[in-house]
Design a protein around this ligand. Structure first.
Ligand SMILES: CC(=O)N[C@@H](CCC[C@H](N)C(=O)O)C(=O)O
Length: 382
């Protein structure tokens, strides 16, 4: 029997309890494997990879395949301390499914359980992907050659939950759905000293403060206001105690733009600011950039038109055309290799994505399974 709505909610709660960080999704991997082993196995294959041990492929062999349709569900959680008071709250302190990947995996399990019983006509490939929030697990899988031979999708789909959309709404747009991102790490080398003798030291905290302020003016003063860019520094570390001037500061952040040109422009301006501060503060500033697989998410024109047409014309689906978002996704890398579509699923959470009180409405899981199952059947003429 394919999974019921109640089964799906229980699965999501099980997964919610055991969040794991990027590339450490060991328990999650085991949980998924065990659950999938309970489904009929007649035309189902599970594939694991020693090169990317927490990843999992589930292939469902079609009855008369014309293509392989891929579906990606990300597995990792975030270093966030959950504040929701739930019986199924995270049991791993300081780690939380604050981006809804527990829900993404559950939707995939709902689809697998259905097609394990109702053989699809095309082949289906479900990719449980480690490391979406960091470390570019999708890119790693591609670069390791995992998508070769029978595991090569002809078209690829992926879903992300959306805290601001009404529960169950499917949101999508043709063209760019998500921004490209680049991680930026900055190390400022000043000179430590006694708090009472600033003239004999070079205060890395003051330099960091200037760096952050000046870099933020790139967005407000250097880029065309009708184009989008974001720079967020989410982590800042410096110093040891109040009365020692810090000799070193470390800043970690993320740059976002809806195209590569914007990302490269922001990178260049950050380097300009760093150079200027090196000379005005007589210090050294190291800047590292890492884009990994976080390319802009570009939905394929023809496949996405087909997807939107189906969702708009299906009376059981609530569809909304959405604007581009500045969230990032390494599914952008996979969509640069395989044509496909990424879409949103509304979960109406009171807390935002990545916040300690993110709390998606679980009924959305059933809506997500039904909407995408319907689309797959339509796509396969079933
Ligand atoms: C959907 C989502 O929240 N994705 C993350 C992706 C992070 C990419 C990279 N590690 C970075 O920080 O730039 C996001 O923060 O948008």
């Amino acid at each position: 029997m394919s999974l019921t709505g109640e089964d799906l909610i229980n699965i999501r709660r099980d997964l919610h309890k055991i969040p794991e960080l990027a590339l450490k999704e060991v328990q999650t991997h085991e949980y998924l494997k065990n659950k999938i082993s309970e489904f009929p196995q007649d035309f189902l294959e599970i594939k694991e990879f020693s090169e990317l041990p927490t990843a999992l492929f589930v292939r469902i062999i079609g009855s008369a395949p014309k293509r392989t349709i891929g579906y990606r569900a990300d597995m990792d959680a975030l270093p966030v301390m959950e504040t929701n008071d739930l019986y199924y709250r995270s049991v791993n302190p300081g780690i939380m499914h604050a981006c809804g990947h527990d829900l993404h995996m559950t939707v995939a399990l709902g689809l697998i359980s259905y097609f394990a019983e109702n053989q699809p006509s095309d082949n289906l490939l479900f990719f449980f992907q480690p490391a979406e929030e960091a470390e570019s697990g999708g890119k790693q899988a591609y670069d390791l050659g995992l998508f070769s031979g029978k595991y090569r999708p002809d078209e690829f789909y992926g879903l992300h939950d959306n805290a601001d959309l009404t529960t169950g709404i499917i949101g999508c747009r043709n063209g760019t759905l998500f921004a490209g991102t680049t991680e930026v790490n900055v190390t400022i080398h000043g000179m430590s000293g006694h708090a009472a003798y600033p003239h004999k030291a070079n205060d890395a905290v003051v330099i960091a403060a200037n760096f952050i302020e000046q870099v933020q003016t790139i967005i407000s003063r250097s880029i065309d206001p009708v184009k989008c860019g974001v720079i967020t520094f989410g982590k800042l570390e410096a110093g040891t105690i109040r009365n020692i001037i810090a000799g070193k500061a470390r800043i970690e952040g993320t740059i976002r733009g809806l195209n590569q040109e914007m990302i490269l422009y922001i990178r260049q301006r950050i380097m300009d600011v760093a150079k200027g501060l090196e000379s005005s503060f007589n210090c050294q500033i190291e800047v590292e950039f890492n884009q990994g697989g976080y390319y802009p998410v570009e939905n394929d024109p023809a496949l996405t038109k087909n997807f939107i047409d189906y969702m708009q014309n299906n009376e059981n689906v609530k569809f909304q055309e959405t604007a581009p978002a500045m969230t990032g996704e390494d599914f952008g890398y996979l969509l640069s290799k395989f044509p496909g579509t990424m879409f949103w699923l509304g979960v109406a959470s009171p807390g935002a994505l990545h916040s300690t009180d993110f709390l998606p409405h679980e009924e959305a899981i059933i809506d997500g399974v039904e909407a995408f199952k319907g689309f797959l059947k339509y796509r396969m003429n079933m």
